[in-house]
Design a protein around this ligand. Structure first.
Ligand code: SF4
Length: 327
């Protein structure tokens, strides 16, 4: 029997109105997320990568219910997310770890109060139970019980991210959206946090949607990887498949920048993309990548490619892989 996804994201969109027309009617929209679909299965990690402004963080925020989609639907264990929200039980199952370990923790609260806050909000246990749970969580993330009485300012960036992870784990969620959790940390600390997240996943069987702007950052932790560009997924594949056989020209460019451990392969061609990411307020017509694509064709200026199956483990949105275009 086919396993049911823990989370099904189906064709979600997030449009932000900008500017107004006659009678104040909004007539122009920034399409931050424009038709994203992803299934996340129990115990797996899906990496979501792309440049700043591609819509990956907005996608993550919609998955945990911090912002509502303009269109499309998100299902958690087969039920619409909106139904969970009505029952106020969403936060028990879906949590988020934020990018900035400095601003995401309230500086006026002790670490114990920060970690216990979700338990208090959801009325879990009494004060004694919660203190015991806080101690367990501190230990789980590699900190000590005495750290609970201190304030966030007394900790390093890596330790603060551990506190953020402990808070996210407090209610034993089934999925955590990790929004660039290591990008603000020193390289030496990044590996420690990634290893901690992997250990926790192994122990608790939870799932991650792991957001990062660099493809290398998601390699270590992901089972599958979705590459986003201007609000859309342009390639989605099993990690091994994506790294061994990237199909989309954008994915190829991202991978060409990743340092290789094998010296024999270090002379491979580096693909340098020209220009910046176009504004999502005014995306190019046709394939939105055509303004930077090194192999763009005439048709790419007018035809928007569909995300289609290109192997058993991959989907790609590129006209090079569509029958409707004569190559
Ligand atoms: Fe490049 Fe055209 Fe493919 Fe877009 S559709 S990625 S522009 S080749």
């Amino acid at each position: 029997m086919k396993q049911q996804p823990l989370v099904s994201i189906i064709d979600i969109k997030k449009y932000f109105p900008v500017g107004s027309g006659l009678f104040g009617k909004k007539n122009h929209f920034v399409k931050a997320v424009d038709g994203v679909s992803i299934d996340i299965y129990p115990g797996e990690t899906v990496g979501l990568v792309g440049e700043s402004g591609c819509g990956k963080s907005t996608t993550g925020r919609m998955v945990v219910g911090l912002t509502d989609p303009t269109g499309g639907e998100i299902y958690f264990e087969g039920k619409k997310l909106s139904e969970y929200r009505a029952k106020k039980s969403l936060g028990k199952n879906l949590q988020m770890i934020f990018q900035d370990p400095y601003s995401s923790l309230n500086p006026r609260m002790t670490v114990a109060d920060i970690i216990a806050e979700p338990l208090v909000l959801h009325k879990v246990g009494n004060a004694k139970d919660r203190r015991k749970r806080v101690d367990e969580l501190l230990e789980r993330v590699g900190l000590d019980s005495y750290h609970g009485s201190r304030y966030p300012i007394e900790f390093s960036g890596g330790q603060r991210q551990r506190i953020g992870i402990a808070r996210a784990l407090a209610l034993q969620p089934k999925l955590i959206v990790c929004d660039e959790p290591v990008s603000a940390l020193d390289v030496s600390i990044q590996a420690q946090i990634l290893n901690l997240l992997k250990e926790i996943q192994k122990d608790m069987g939870l799932s991650y949607l792991f957001i990062a702007h660099g493809i290398q950052a998601v390699k270590h932790i992901s089972d599958k990887i979705a590459v986003m560009y201007l609000g859309k997924i342009i390639e989605f594949a099993d990690k091994e498949e994506l790294f061994a056989n990237p199909r989309h020209p954008y994915t190829k460019a991202l991978l060409s920048a990743v340092p290789l451990p094998n010296p024999k392969m270090r002379d491979r061609e580096r693909i340098i993309l020209q220009g910046d990411l176009p504004s999502p307020a005014n995306p190019p017509a046709g394939c939105s990548f055509h303004t930077r694509c090194p192999v763009a064709m005439e048709q790419c200026r007018s035809i928007d490619p569909n995300l289609l199956s290109t192997s058993e483990q991959s989907l790609t949105a590129c006209l090079l892989f569509e029958d409707r275009v004569a190559n």
